[in-house]
Design a protein around this ligand. Structure first.
Ligand SMILES: Nc1ncnc2c1ncn2[C@@H]1O[C@H](COP(=O)(O)OP(=O)(O)OP(=O)(O)O)[C@@H](O)[C@H]1O
Length: 257
């Protein structure tokens, strides 16, 4: 059976402040796969994600998500857009912003409104509860979003992603700042949900050891794609020197059987 790619990017070029920040990038994402976008600071990783999501205009090239082309102004049909979830580098939460975890996760299900039919409110409540349980966040449901720790907030972001069916998940350094156990817990949860949901995951990461262990595909970006392929084929000394300009040796994690 031939399975269509979830995302097809062809010859994408993006400019920022008049200079070419992403140049001639092409790749595909397939269902139930994890692709890591790696590269040095300022390489254009966040810019590439923003252009793929239609949050930033592209200079040239094409982006196709679930068979629909991204318009020049970043537009996509609503039924495609609702199948994409984006976890940004950080959430700018001011002070005690009065939004609870369950209200926030509810936004991922549908747009709230004062006159929603009773059935729809019931369906949303059930979906939120289930999403919180699946991501080990049930005990956080009535907490304020602004009062969560970094690790809790990352898990709540996964609740937001899983509260309705999605096909494409885009994460920008979702694991940054997590301690080792929280990082492992997040990665385990992401893998479990990806398999259950059939998500295609595209994530930016600086953790080359985690990338080696968990990714199916690696994109090495430094304005252009320096390498693309499996972790074994891309995280080689030669490619890493090409990418980072000096010798970076990712730690190899050995699991005891
Ligand atoms: N809002 C902006 N306006 C103009 N230039 C920007 C803007 N944001 C980023 N840039 C520039 O675009 C280039 C790529 O930045 P980008 O944030 O995409 O890199 P990155 O690979 O995600 O970096 P990091 O690993 O540090 O997060 C950099 O030269 C940066 O200075």
């Amino acid at each position: 059976m031939i399975v269509s790619p979830v995302l097809i990017v062809r010859n994408l070029c993006v400019e920022r402040a008049g200079s070419l920040t992403v140049e001639d990038v092409s790749f595909e994402l397939h269902p139930e796969s994890e692709t890591a976008l790696v590269g040095p600071n300022g390489a254009g990783k966040t810019t590439l994600l923003a252009a793929v999501l239609g949050l930033l205009s592209k200079k040239s090239g094409t982006v196709e998500i679930l068979g629909q082309s991204l318009g020049q102004n970043g537009s996509l049909p609503t039924d495609v857009r609702t199948q994409i979830a984006y976890v940004p580098q950080s959430l700018a939460l001011q002070g005690h912003f009065p939004l609870t975890v369950s209200e926030f996760v509810g936004f991922g299900f549908d747009s709230p409104g004062p006159h929603l039919p009773w059935r729809q409110r019931q369906a949303r409540r059930a979906a939120v509860q289930q999403a919180l349980e699946r991501t080990d966040c049930a005990d956080l449901s009535s907490r304020l979003l602004s009062e969560l720790s970094g690790g809790q907030l990352k898990r709540v972001m996964l609740s937001f992603c899983v509260v309705r069916p999605r096909r494409l998940l885009v994460l920008d350094e979702a694991q940054a700042g997590l301690d080792v156990p929280s990082n492992e817990r997040f990665q385990r949860l992401l893998l479990e949900l990806r398999k259950q949901e059939g998500w295609a995951v595209l994530h930016v990461s600086h953790d080359l050891d985690m990338v080696r262990r968990s990714s199916d595909q690696v994109l090495g970006l430094n304005r252009r794609l320096c390498c693309i392929g499996t972790p074994d084929n891309t995280l080689t000394p030669e490619h890493l020197i090409d990418l980072y300009g000096h010798n970076v040796v990712p730690y190899r994690h050995h699991c005891r059987e």
